[in-house]
Write a protein that binds this ligand. Structure first.
Ligand SMILES: [Zn+2]
Length: 427
């Protein structure tokens, strides 16, 4: 059994027993430096049964890595999450000047985002602590994933939101039978999650401590599988991994996965982790050599899933430990990248998702990516979570009479496409 043997603070190193420490390290919290804990697992126990060369008889989901996760396979609450495609994207790579650009396509998860890894791992573990109700706050992917996995587990879920978020997200969270409650601000959401945890013993999946520490430690364990999968699907360790980063839960989880694979002897190296962000809090913290993350200015953004003007110690620690950097991209470049990824490669991802691709030119400029390196960009969620946004930037569909002349004219004038190009060449 490789299951959790303890908790450890990622800042001060203090060790704790497995338990309901949802607010991070108590010692660091007392000093006003809220910091997440990480789960400690027993490497010898993992090595006793896990062999990455013998995965063919294991589930087609992230639970093929059960030895690394908080519960054994038979206790997993699963909808088939993870083991998402790792795709070479040559056309887009050529545009960006990279010959080995890959994307990890998380849009095909059961609730259509990477948060399914967090929710599956956390909801699976919740009964181990005696929890009977799942809670969280979200206006998007985390809420949908938490709602879906609570339903799958047959556990009640109370989810706090605000009122301003895309219709598709509202519908998705509601349809899974979650008790959705709206409050005026995001801080109000966190206050009520904390009340649920402290007063009623609810099990929180998402961020609720401010300054932010990150999401549920046992859920973040699920994100480790991103790292294992990238290595096993490529057949080697990528040079650079670029992810959209808000609180940095998946960023930290994937990094922990890469480290465990190396530390347990399955690989001999780790990648450099690069962060795409919207308002630059991590870039600011690195530039000023801070040991915490300051708030930066904020404005409305299309990247609603990572539109934070702050981040976490866990995210900062990944950049420091892996030698990575953080860069920002504009709303315009995300919208344009969303359309390029779809039209070049056939993948429609959320605007926040393509932040991992939109920052690549800035990473190259900063010397953090070389053109011949293997780069994996992480795509978090499907564009169908917020199609109104994409629709704003698309042209209207031309309505024509059903005549060939009208068709050829419309193709030429609207789409700059000459029908002569489609005539078959002589054999
Ligand atoms: Zn600590």
């Amino acid at each position: 059994m490789g299951y959790p043997v303890g908790l450890q603070c990622i800042r001060c190193g203090a060790e704790y027993e497995i338990g309901p420490l949802y607010k991070g390290c108590p010692a660091c919290l007392d000093q006003g430096l809220p910091t997440n804990l990480k789960v400690v697992i027993d490497g010898n126990a993992v090595k006793a049964t896990f062999n990455p060369k013998a995965l063919q008889d294991r589930p087609d989901s992230m639970w093929r890595y059960a030895e690394f996760l908080p519960v054994p396979l038979e206790s997993a609450v699963s909808l088939g999450e993870g083991l998402t495609p790792l795709l070479h994207v040559p056309r887009l790579g050529k545009r960006l000047g990279l010959s080995r650009l890959y994307v990890k396509n998380e849009t095909v998860n059961p609730s259509w985002s990477f948060k399914d890894r967090l929710a599956s791992s956390a909801v699976s573990f919740a009964p181990s602590l005696g929890a009977r109700v799942i809670t969280g706050s979200s206006s998007g992917n985390a809420g949908a994933a938490t709602a879906a996995y609570s339903a799958r587990a047959g556990m009640p879920c109370v989810m706090f939101t605000t009122q301003q978020f895309p219709l598709a997200m509202k519908v998705q969270m509601g349809v899974y039978g979650t008790k959705l409650i709206a409050v005026p601000t995001i801080y109000d959401r966190w206050k009520l999650v904390e009340a649920g945890v402290d007063l009623f013993g609810w099990f929180p999946i998402t961020v609720f401590v401010y300054p932010l520490v990150g999401s549920n430690t046992y859920g973040i364990e699920g994100y480790k599988t991103i790292g294992y999968e990238m290595v096993d699907q490529l057949g080697y360790v990528p040079d650079k991994v670029v992810m959209p980063v808000g609180a940095g839960d998946a960023f930290f989880g994937a990094w922990k996965g890469f480290q465990e694979y190396r530390d347990f002897g399955y690989t001999d190296r780790v990648p450099t982790m690069l962060a795409g962000e919207v308002f630059g809090p991590l870039e600011n913290a690195l530039a000023k050599d801070l040991d915490h993350v300051e708030e930066t200015r904020r404005a409305p953004t299309v990247a609603i899933s990572v539109g934070l003007n702050t981040s976490t110690y866990q995210a900062l620690s990944v950049l420091r430990d892996s030698g990575g950097i953080a860069r920002s991209a504009s709303d315009e470049s995300m919208i344009s990248m969303q359309q390029l990824l779809a039209s070049d490669e056939g993948i429609y991802a959320e605007a926040s998702s393509v932040l991992s691709l939109a920052v690549i030119p800035h990473m190259i400029e900063a010397g953090a990516i070389d053109p011949d390196e293997t780069v994996v960009a992480f795509l978090t969620s499907t564009g169908l979570k917020d199609p109104e946004l994409t629709a704003e930037y698309m042209q209207q569909i031309p309505l024509i009479e059903p005549e060939v002349e009208d068709l050829t004219r419309a193709l030429r004038e609207i789409y700059q496409f000459d029908v002569a190009e489609s005539v078959l060449a002589e054999a």
